[in-house]
Design a protein around this ligand. Structure first.
Ligand code: NOJ
Ligand code: CA
Length: 512
């Protein structure tokens, strides 16, 4: 299995908003190439890039119209290959975003599938056999085809669901997983993966990985499907890495994924940390970390040794980290994100505390997600260094605030979030105990209480991590000595009589 995952730290690039090199107001492959040294310098050694394939962009590219061709606005297939080569030249890796659950309505397969006459794509999507019957699910496309029937959608109503079959078909139009239509969809999925792995990507982030087989409440059928894909990869591309958007690590890893993300939906309590009314990492000190830790431990037990549970700083679907927590609170949050097991994922711009831009009109199906997708803020030049296009041409408007953070500004300030994140990644990489596969034992994660403490361990090394996001000092019973501090922020801890007291807005790493 890919050894590089042991110390992978990912950077998520939303290509539209990262860096524009031809002044059309939209980021491109050339822009990502220009900024690879920046990503490397930060300490990230792997990239997840959001979909970059041909698309009408009704859902920012999650509505693919040709899986084998890059979107011209980002560059050609050859330019993507060059980007991959440059990434590899730097000892870094890249995962592409694979959208297996649905296509765009303008995909040729769907156009064929809508025809009344049977053809090779008739069963490529999930159709009922009458326009008057709607499939159960998020909705259906009806009345736009000569074919009689309603087509299940997978997310937005312009994203028809590809047909991987029903786990237990109950109606005549529901096909079994081993019926010819679903089998053809699986083989095509393998072809798409084969194609891009041959071009040179290192693997995939898989969109809505949990959703493929229908009528499959517990995920049993979908797990079987991914096991088949894993077997294909083991055979042809044993080094290929897969991370799922699933949100239930035990299921995803059973399906053969190497990693699963915790998400802003699903049972993980991830939102308790940064995105709820009283986030645990807010200085108000009214949050609760105990439910998060309880579910994390359950998942950790179920998945130990099988793969990684990844905790992202955010992504293109969630409010920015800096919407709910601010200033030094972000530093304590990153001390947590960069000291947990699993591969960390940093969403572009979170490392400088980029803000959620309030009140934007939706762009390309972004809706309330649009505020988290604004152009990267590089410097104080035109359009924050993102693009030389006129302001009205920018993909999403820039954060208009006069004090918006920039890479240039933060690089020049040794006390900035950027430097904190960089130092925390370096600390992680210098200590096996803090690494992706190191163990974790929680020593203090009580209900409605601060601080939060755990011990990471690997290769005979143990590191105690104490985090106190609250503005108030806090204490815990702790038998570990604090003599060997590796890194502290926000003051010093005081130890005595088996108790440790830490100041408010604090974190500390100690050799235990
Ligand atoms: C999850 C993606 O992250 C999101 O951006 C997209 O809208 C949906 N899946 C549908 O593909
Ligand atoms: Ca461009």
């Amino acid at each position: 299995m890919a050894k590089w995952l042991d110390n992978a730290v990912f950077y998520e690039i939303y290509p539209q908003s990262f860096k524009d090199t031809n002044s059309d107001g939209i980021g491109d492959f050339g822009g990502i190439r220009e900024k690879l040294d920046y990503i490397k310098e930060l300490g990230c050694n792997a990239v997840w890039m959001n979909p970059c394939f041909e698309s009408p962009f009704g859902d920012a590219g999650y509505d693919v119209s040709d899986y084998y061709k890059t979107a011209p606005r980002y560059g050609t297939n050859d330019e993507l290959k060059e980007l991959m080569d440059e990434i590899h030249d730097r000892g870094m890796h890249i995962l592409l975003d694979l959208v297996p659950g649905h296509t765009s309505v303008s995909h040729q397969w769907f156009l064929e599938s809508m025809k009344a006459e049977r053809n090779a794509y008739t069963d490529r999507y999930v159709w009922t056999d009458s326009i008057w019957e709607e499939p159960e699910g998020p909705g259906s496309l009806r009345g736009i085809s000569d074919r009689d029937g309603s087509c299940l959608v997978s997310f937005f109503s312009h994203q028809p669901a590809l047909n991987y079959g029903y786990y237990r078909p109950e109606k005549p139009w529901q096909q079994a997983m081993d019926a010819p239509g679903p089998r053809a969809a699986v083989e095509e999925l393998k072809n798409i993966m084969r194609f891009w792995l041959n071009v040179g990507c290192d693997g995939f982030r898989v969109d809505m990985a949990h959703s493929l087989v229908k009528g499959d409440k517990d995920g049993t059928g979908t797990i079987l499907l991914w096991q088949e894909i894993r077997a294909f990869l083991d055979e042809e591309f044993p080094e290929a890495v897969m991370v799922s958007e699933w949100g239930e690590p035990d299921k995803a890893l059973a399906g053969g994924f190497h990693m699963d993300f915790l998400l802003h939906f699903g049972p993980s309590h991830y939102n308790d940390l940064f995105r709820c009314e009283e986030p645990y990492f807010s200085g108000r000190g009214k949050g609760d970390v105990s439910e998060f830790v309880r579910t994390y431990q359950e998942n950790y037990k179920k998945t130990e040794g099988k793969g990684l549970i990844c905790i992202p700083s955010g992504n293109h679907d969630m409010a920015r980290l800096a919407r709910g927590i601010h200033g030094d609170e972000l530093k304590v949050a990153f001390a947590f994100l960069l000291s947990m097991p699993g591969a960390p994922f940093i969403y572009y711009g979170d490392e400088i505390g980029m803000r959620y831009v309030e009140g934007l009109t939706s762009v390309e199906g972004g809706y309330d997600r649009t505020g988290s997708r604004s152009p990267m803020q590089w410097d104080g030049s035109l359009n924050a260094g993102f693009s030389l296009a006129g302001r009205e041409k920018l993909y999403v408007p820039l954060d208009p605030s006069a004090d918006r953070p920039t890479v240039e500004g933060q690089a020049a300030d040794p006390d900035s979030l950027y430097h904190e994140v960089k130092d925390l990644i370096a600390l992680r990489q210098a200590h096996p105990a803090l690494g992706n596969r190191g163990g974790i034992e929680f020593i203090y994660a009580e209900k409605d209480a601060y601080p939060f403490a755990y011990v990471r361990s690997a290769e005979g090394e143990k590191i105690l991590v104490i985090l106190n996001p609250s503005h108030e000092p806090a204490s815990l019973a702790c038998e570990y000595s604090l003599e060997k501090a590796l890194k502290t922020f926000g003051g010093e801890a005081a130890a005595g009589d088996g108790r440790v007291t830490v100041p408010g807005g604090f974190y500390g790493f100690y050799r235990a």
